[in-house]
Design a protein around this ligand. Structure first.
Ligand code: ADP
Ligand code: MG
Length: 227
């Protein structure tokens, strides 16, 4: 259990009252496995990911990342846990326009104080792993949408995370490119033994998931993985 969510309740202020975005959610994601979270817009998928990423602290429940309960840590210790163990891929790649693909990855390494030589080797290795060996020196505008999302994924892997959290990575891609990105995520999950959570509103996506869960009104239901 590289990632364990247990009894997670999260509310947001809503006028006079509170809106319950997550209601007693439990989820266990072992290393090297892919969990797909499906469900309609507004059902709580992004909230679940934000809690798993330790970016949002729930009202109740435990978020255990690589054996440590993040909810009892100080803000600073939580940031360290996140940097060392969690890779996050948001919906939009948010690449820096002035930088080449390899430099997008090196920014991450710089933030975590990695040695430049080793960081450069790792960045090149990861770009090759996501199928961009020949594109390392292209800037953001010279890459297609699918290639930008691959850079985004490679960047999230730079610090060798044990947990990989991905929010709707294919929403800006056509079906074929979207399917290729999902395939890539499944492959990386196995090769790098990450506990991966993939959020999507498209129920046809998670063909290669080990576990598929459905969110509805902040509650989570398990259903058998598609084969
Ligand atoms: P999904 O990702 O499945 O679309 P979200 O987790 O974004 O769902 O949202 C779940 C519910 O929480 C929705 O009703 C949404 O309006 C509400 N919500 C999400 N983020 C906030 C926020 N920062 N403040 C208040 N309400 C929020
Ligand atoms: Mg969302």
């Amino acid at each position: 259990m590289t990632l364990l969510l247990d009894g997670i309740t999260l509310t947001y202020p809503d006028g006079e009252g509170r809106l319950t975005a997550l209601d007693s959610v439990a989820l266990d994601v072992p290393p090297g496995s892919l969990t797909a979270v499906v469900g309609p817009s507004g059902s709580g998928k992004s909230s679940l990911l934000a809690v798993a990423a330790t970016l949002v602290t729930p009202d109740a429940g435990r978020v255990v990342v690589a054996g440590t309960d993040a909810t009892v840590l100080s803000r600073a210790d939580r940031a360290v846990l996140r940097r060392e163990h969690i890779g996050i891929v948001f919906q939009q790649p948010h690449l820096l326009p002035a930088l080449t693909a390899v430099e997008q990855l090196l920014v991450m390494a710089h933030l975590s104080g990695r040695k430049p030589r080793r960081a450069a080797d790792r960045a090149r290795e990861l770009l090759a792993a996501v199928g961009l060996a020949g594109q390392a020196h292209r800037r953001s505008h010279q890459l297609s949408g699918g290639q930008r999302q691959r850079v985004n994924i490679a960047r999230a892997l730079m610090n060798d995370p044990s947990v990989l959290l991905v929010d709707e990575p294919t929403s800006a891609l056509d079906h074929e490119r979207g399917a290729a990105v999902l395939d890539l995520l499944a492959t990386l999950t196995r090769e790098r033994s990450t506990a991966t959570v993939l959020v999507t509103h498209d129920p046809s996506h998670p063909a290669r998931a080990d576990q598929v869960v459905t969110m509805a009104d902040g509650r989570l239901r398990r259903r058998p993985a598609a084969s």
